[in-house]
Write a protein that binds this ligand. Sequence first.
Ligand code: SF4
Ligand code: SF4
Length: 98
Amino acid sequence: MSDELFLTEKLKKGYQDFENLCRRCGSCCGAHDGDPCANLVRDGEDRYLCRVYDRRFGIQKTMSGKVFTCIDIRELIKEKQLRPECGYHIRGRVSHYL
Ligand code: SF4
Ligand code: SF4
């Protein structure tokens, strides 16, 4: 394997490892606050997904029409503003992804 391919694979794995820490609880998207993001959907296994995941950052609306800004979870990690139930809560597990 070339160095370039090795690095690409390593980055891909790092990204996936980071993504896998998400429990899909939907808390950071308002799933349990009474007025969730309009892009949030629940699957058949009680896990939540974002309908616009690849273009989620920026201005979005809740189900009632309230405007808010969707930001990268890394910002919430850095600002220590994660929900207690969030899978990224233990900073030691994710600091090398920030
Ligand atoms: S747009 Fe942002 S807040 Fe809305 S469901 Fe997607 S990730 Fe969650
Ligand atoms: S609160 Fe954390 S674990 Fe839950 S959906 Fe958001 S990022 Fe994932």
